[in-house]
Design a protein. Structure first.
Lengths: 512, 512
């Protein structure tokens, strides 16, 4: 059989020969034979057997077949009217600890029909995974966590289908990329051993399951695919992100940085992949995620300077109400380049002028005066926030430096640095380089790839071969433990200067 | 992987390495890896994921694994306490139109634990398949037929497990061999096109399904396997019978005759198989099944003669109440050899003596006098029954003659004739040859193989490789249409003499 490229779920029209005394195969056998060509025979879901004879006769022995590729086995999930307009739908889910992002696609023409995003309702039972897993070990806790997230995804499916004006029963395939713990909580699997030494999940390869075990209103024969994970530390969302970035297919070595709730870094090429995940121990507590507030209407996401005035842009162009991570990094770059903060990130009173104030007895800086603010009060950043930002940027840089050193390459050897994640999507590399958060490389080496977890899950819907690719990534990637040892702490201390104690590392910043 | 010979369902003990920081695979991955060796990874049923972590820790990372081989894919259905005595059970079902025979086996040690037989309760809605299929096309008819036979098999499972003193939930695998129509009615599939030109079933290859779609109390993750069938004429019971007989593996050509409700005949060797099934049209109405009553307590199953007295044996050694097929054939042989019937099967009054009577104005013969009978009346056979027997034996012989002629071999070329089926199991070849029902070959060429459909279904439980073998039989066998044309009728007329118009065909009978 010539293997055509097709999605995990796909639609294929067939026209069958008519049954006769000399060609009297059974109806289902005739259909499956037409679908297999000379290759292995597909398997049909049992509920189809009950209607296949009636429908084939009604449709003059033609049909549009909804297929699902499960490993080597092709599954026939449904048959649709060859003249009809029913769509076969797929949904990609980025199952985040904080947010759930979902995308509806048409499996037949590979068109994105709708997207939706929502908070993970498990947050109510604990904003971090640890608290949730503790909650899951109580009597009804696991069930409650499963119900909450399942209900949220079910609601998301409804939202998507309402937007697209299509029935939920038309959803045949759902792909889910999430971290190990979220995947366990969604599947309703015991997660308690994930957080206890030696940190053993129930499964690293949940694979393909019947979707109606987890979700309510999709097609009853629909399938759900979970990206594999590695131990308790690399989630399916990272595997999905690598898949989308394509670094595992390139000859040249590249780096993928996914900055969301945690920072995850993967370095490699077609021959090898190494990665580290999460904040590196208590020294870096808060990690890179403590920078600014969550993006939302009126939040400052860009800061630049014209003369002595800051120019800020806000989300939805509303009067400013606060500042988010990308805006904060821009601001810090501006403050450093204008001398309003020094190399240690401390506010320099003379340079700040009237912007320098005392807040709760500590130094702070006015970003937007009260009269221009959307809150009625001035928008300020405190010295404490700046200190925290400096620690976070130092953590980020140290993680990147450490992983690159571990495999014996230099930043200059990197062909590309892919920046992914909700946070990464908004960050301005120029500003991030200015404060020494990321290495000072030619700007075109940086490429933002957005929500790579969602994009990888979408890719999976479009190409069944990606299932093997995801498994191959999982099998190939080596986990690098970021020991917070003396060497690490020395590098971390060096990175706590802006841009760095070694300014030669940031030539373009020195020039400015 | 060295592929070990194992059953469709089987049990394998494993002992796992203990998880540690340096070997932190997930629990299920650890288990599946141990089961796969270097081969492809088995797939575990989802419900196992919920308990695997708890049970592995409880059992010190050892378990007895219940496995099911589905095509190339190994399925892990359950894990059992490595120290426990729980058994993994399998059930073979011969799903006959008239009777259902079931056998319980231990999948681990391949021991038969119990057997049971019951009438097919669908008989109440029609003794023949045609009537049942007509009933199935009424509104609730199909559902009713499915419920009746499903309930009967469920009852059978209960009986088997009661006999063996084991729980029904221990049944992990059920294999079913039945004809095309019975398989459809059991599965609840529309059967109406099976009986209408061009006679198209819903499926010829139902394959493996989850047993809880059809049966109530087996293990929830259990599997059910249905033997494939060919068109509407060759059922899975015949494929199962061929599998058990082994004629498809032999160099020499052999014949398999399965005489149950219908006669089915298969001729062939390792290179080719041809077969014909059922009675051959209206000329043979009643086929070979109209001979005598169904076997049961007090029914005469053997007849011989000592001097002028018949010696009869009855089932359960009770006073005689009637005569069944095998007894009737014995009787006819005795009557012919003693001259009490002539070559046309007509009663010869002088030879019969006082046994000759008139019943309802027609000649009849007293087999057992009223005083020795269990009914209080004499047990008789009428001339009409004898005429019917002659037609039946002629049909049988003509079918065998025709199929052998079609492929250009002679009876003498046959290495073996395997006689199967409930009827075939009791027939005495000596008597059957005497009346010219089966060819006059050396008696050791005949081999009775009992309920080959049940035996084939049992074999399937014991060896997953038989699944491929059953498919290969299905693909290889050629259906020979027994046209009731002039040639056939000429041969049929010749066979209506006892033993035959051409006595040279029956040299040993002539000698007697």
């Amino acid at each position: 059989m010539i293997r055509h490229d097709h999605g995990l779920g796909w639609v294929r029209p067939v026209r069958l020969s008519m049954p006769s005394l000399s060609d009297n195969s059974a109806d289902m056998d005739r259909l499956l034979r037409a679908l297999s060509g000379t290759g292995p025979c597909p398997v049909a879901t049992f509920s189809l057997y009950q209607k296949v004879s009636r429908l084939l006769r009604q449709w003059d022995f033609a049909a549009r077949c909804v297929l699902f590729q499960e490993g080597e086995q092709l599954q026939l999930l449904d048959i649709l009217d060859p003249q009809g307009t029913e769509k076969a739908l797929g949904v990609a889910v980025d199952l985040g600890t904080t947010r759930i992002v979902m995308r509806l696609v048409d499996l037949e023409c590979r068109e994105i029909l709708a997207e939706t995003v929502m908070d993970n309702p498990q947050i109510g039972l604990g904003s971090d995974i640890l608290t949730r897993i503790h909650h899951a070990s109580t009597d009804s806790g696991a069930e409650e966590l499963k119900r909450l997230v399942g209900q949220a995804v079910d609601d998301g499916l409804e939202t998507l289908c309402l937007q697209a004006g299509l029935p939920i029963e038309g959803i045949y395939v759902v792909t889910v990329s999430g971290n190990t713990a979220m995947t366990h909580l969604f599947m309703g699997l015991p997660a308690e051993h994930i957080i206890r030494e030696p940190y053993i999940p129930v499964t690293n390869t949940p694979g393909t399951r019947r979707v109606n075990r987890f979700l309510q209103n999709t097609h009853p024969e629909g399938r759900i695919y979970f990206f594999p994970n590695i131990g308790s530390y690399f989630g399916g969302d990272l595997i999905s992100g690598i898949l989308y970035s394509g670094i595992h297919r390139l000859n040249e070595t590249s780096l993928l940085v996914d900055v969301g709730t945690n920072a995850e870094v993967v370095l490699g090429n077609r021959d090898w992949l190494v990665g580290c995940a999460g904040a590196a121990g208590p020294a870096l507590e808060g990690g890179v995620s403590s920078m600014g507030m969550t993006a939302g209407a009126g939040v400052i996401d860009r800061v630049s300077i014209t003369g002595e005035d800051f120019t800020v842009t806000t989300i939805d162009q509303l009067p400013p109400v606060g500042i988010c991570g990308s805006g904060f990094i821009d601001l810090a770059a501006v403050l450093f380049l204008t001398g309003m903060i020094d190399a240690k990130g401390k506010l320099v009173e003379p340079a700040c002028g009237s912007r320098y104030i005392q807040e709760h007895g500590l130094p702070a800086l006015v970003v937007v005066a009260a009269e221009s603010s959307g809150t009625g009060s001035a928008i300020t950043v405190s010295q404490a926030s700046l200190d925290s930002l400096v620690r976070s940027k130092a953590a980020m840089y140290t993680i990147l430096e450490t992983i690159v050193m571990k495999v014996g390459v230099g930043f200059g050897d990197l062909e590309k640095i892919y920046v992914a994640g909700t946070f990464g999507a908004y960050i301005d590399p120029e500003s991030a380089i200015s404060i020494g958060m990321i290495p000072d490389l030619a700007r075109d080496r940086y490429e933002k790839i957005g929500n790579s977890s969602l994009e990888g899950a979408t890719l999976m819907l479009y190409g069944d071969r990606y299932m093997k690719e995801a498994d191959a990534i999982r099998d190939r990637i080596t986990y690098v433990e970021l020991n917070v040892d003396q060497d690490f702490m020395i590098r971390f201390s060096g990175a706590k200067f802006i841009p760095h104690t070694d300014p030669d590392l940031f030539p373009t910043v020195r020039k400015k």
